[in-house]
Design a protein around this ligand. Structure first.
Ligand code: NAD
Length: 259
């Protein structure tokens, strides 16, 4: 990869797995140069293999979003070696399904540290670079658990609620620099994270409230992200939270036997 100002360069955090990996693949197909970052070295190596068809336009760099200095170095390295940063997707995150009364302060802090502070760290570093080069777009990955009171999501849901409002605040403050900031709030998506957490009983609960009666795919999230990050296709959209959830957030009373 060589530095040049006319190419579109994006960083994808959590880029080695699930939604981040699928989004990186879609952005590559749409002509972006992608730098993926993740803390998981093994997953990074597998992701490099999965995206090998795009070799030359992507690279994977190990990094932890909770380390602000590492995120600043990542942005600097991306700009020096690939080109001015025009896009950021913040997909690094972790989830837990634990009742409120059993949630410890330690777990609460750990989830907020990664999901909220981690999003803040990379977004701040990326926005500073985008401001210097005339603008760009940031897409955060929130969750429907940040929009509704889902059971077992005291730590996770509150962290995603924070990501939702951080997105709006960044949109307000960064618009003057030509930086659009939006969020995609996924419903249940088939990823390694979900494979770990969702039991058969949990799946049944989701499918009861998801109007399309199935889990989504990582690519279905990646397509929405690719639209929101693209300054040509979504140029007048900022500060929005787009639920990509099969209708979960829209669902109220839903007796399927009546229709
Ligand atoms: P995943 O576990 O497949 O991928 C998340 C990636 O983030 C992993 O590769 C992990 O190593 C990385 N990561 C975790 N902590 C990190 C850190 N501190 N620094 C750098 N990388 C780190 O999970 P996924 O399902 O693809 O989730 C991606 C995002 O989507 C998360 O923010 C998650 O909360 C959100 N989300 C997922 C779902 C779902 O149903 N899968 C629903 C709503 C929101």
């Amino acid at each position: 990869m060589s530095a040049s100002s006319d190419k579109r360069v994006a960083i994808v955090t959590g880029g080695a797995s699930g939604i981040g990996l699928a989004t990186a693949g879609i952005l590559l197909e749409q002509g972006w140069n992608v730098v993926g970052t993740d803390r998981d070295a093994k997953a990074l190596a597998a992701a490099e293999k999965a995206l090998v068809a795009h070799a030359g336009r992507f690279r994977m760099i190990q990094g932890d979003v909770t380390d602000p200095a590492a995120m600043e170095r990542l942005v600097e390295e991306t700009e020096n070696e690939v080109g001015p940063l025009k896009g950021l997707v913040t997909s690094a995150g972790i989830g837990r399904d634990v009742p409120f009364l059993e949630t410890t302060a330690e777990m609460f802090r750990m989830i907020h540290e990664i999901n909220v502070v981690g999003t803040f760290n990379i977004a701040r570093a990326a926005a500073a670079a985008m401001r210097a080069s005339g603008g760009g777009a940031i897409v955060t990955i929130a969750s429907v658990s940040g929009l509704t009171g889902n059971i077992g999501r005291a730590a996770y849901g509150s962290s995603k609620g924070a990501v939702v409002n951080l997105t709006r605040i960044m949109a307000v403050e960064l618009a003057r620099y030509g930086i659009r900031v939006n969020s995609v709030a996924p419903g249940p998506i088939e990823t390694p994270m979900v494979a770990e957490i969702h039991t058969a009983a949990i799946r049944e609960q989701w499918n009861d409230k998801v109007l399309l009666e199935r889990y989504g795919t990582p690519a279905e999230i990646g397509e929405a992200v690719a639209f929101l990050i693209d300054g040509k296709r979504s140029s007048y959209i900022t500060g929005q939270i787009l639920a990509v959830d099969g209708g979960f957030v829209a669902c109220g009373l839903n007796d399927r036997s009546r229709v």
